[in-house]
Ligand binder design. Sequence first.
Ligand code: FES
Ligand SMILES: [Fe+2]
Length: 335
Amino acid sequence: MFVRNSWYVAAQSDELGAAPLGRLILGEPVVFYRAGDGRAVALEDRCCHKRAPLHRGRVRGDCIACGYHGFEFDPSGACVRVPGLEQVPANARVRSYPLVERHRYLWIWMGDPTAARPEEIPDFHTNDDPRWAQTGTRLPVAADYLLMVENLLDLSHVGFIHAGTIGSDDTGAAIRWDSSGAQVVGVRSSIDIDTPPHNRKQGFAPRCDQTKVMTFLAASHVTIDITTVERPGAAADAGTQPRAMHIMLLNSITPETATTCHYFWSSTRDFAIADESITRFFHEMTVRAFDEDRVMIEAQQRIIDLDPVAPTVSVAGDLGGVQARRLVNRLIAQG
Ligand code: FES
Ligand SMILES: [Fe+2]
């Protein structure tokens, strides 16, 4: 069971070139291709003739032609040509999905097309704003997407899973959670901690305050907004305002099936944006860290599969994940 009326990230823009791309989203086969003018299109990836996957076909102008017997479908999903037939059968069509290309992603709406409102796509502008640098990729994970959502909403795991990579000393930092509408927000404040090395490299004082704001945007996005501010009075030029640097982590975890997901992450920052060595550093560090999460979450999924109703105990740090699951269940019940 999934929330259907929601915008999901289906692909990174640059994953879709001239060739069609097939991908399972919420358990449904979807084919993506670019029409003649470059516009991205999403159709059911199941030919209405003999159910061959359309992604094995080829793009012809605005249409995609099935690779099996050549039926051609336009961007609305209507079959417009059947080789050897004068007249296309009236019921020959596949489903089409609302699709929007924005902020370097292809956003798909899997529910009622009449309810799709592009203005409700989350604001991921830091992913293509020239004042921000960004790096990211897609990580396939063999686990329920909500396990990854929970992981991102409970950063108390950082000191354990990531002890050898990004582990930090603020496991006990205070956190406040708040849930309203279709989001859950957690604020974690760490006062007077060691300044992270990448901020030190920019000339930051050795101690800083850091605020992490974790926002779950139902049904599948978790943003982590990290603000690092030099300790007051520690600024290099006495008398000036303490400097602040921002990192915005954009995480979109799209269910592939009930027990697999596509994890799209992007690490964006508003400092040293032209410094490719910092971009590389963030990319490599994040790839390593998220792979540590992936290994643990896939192992967790295998244990869950053995007995999905085995009892568990929740503690204070789980509050964000608990609220996120509650919200998702409520949206599923609303249909
Ligand atoms: S299966 Fe697609 S044309 Fe026959
Ligand atoms: Fe992690």
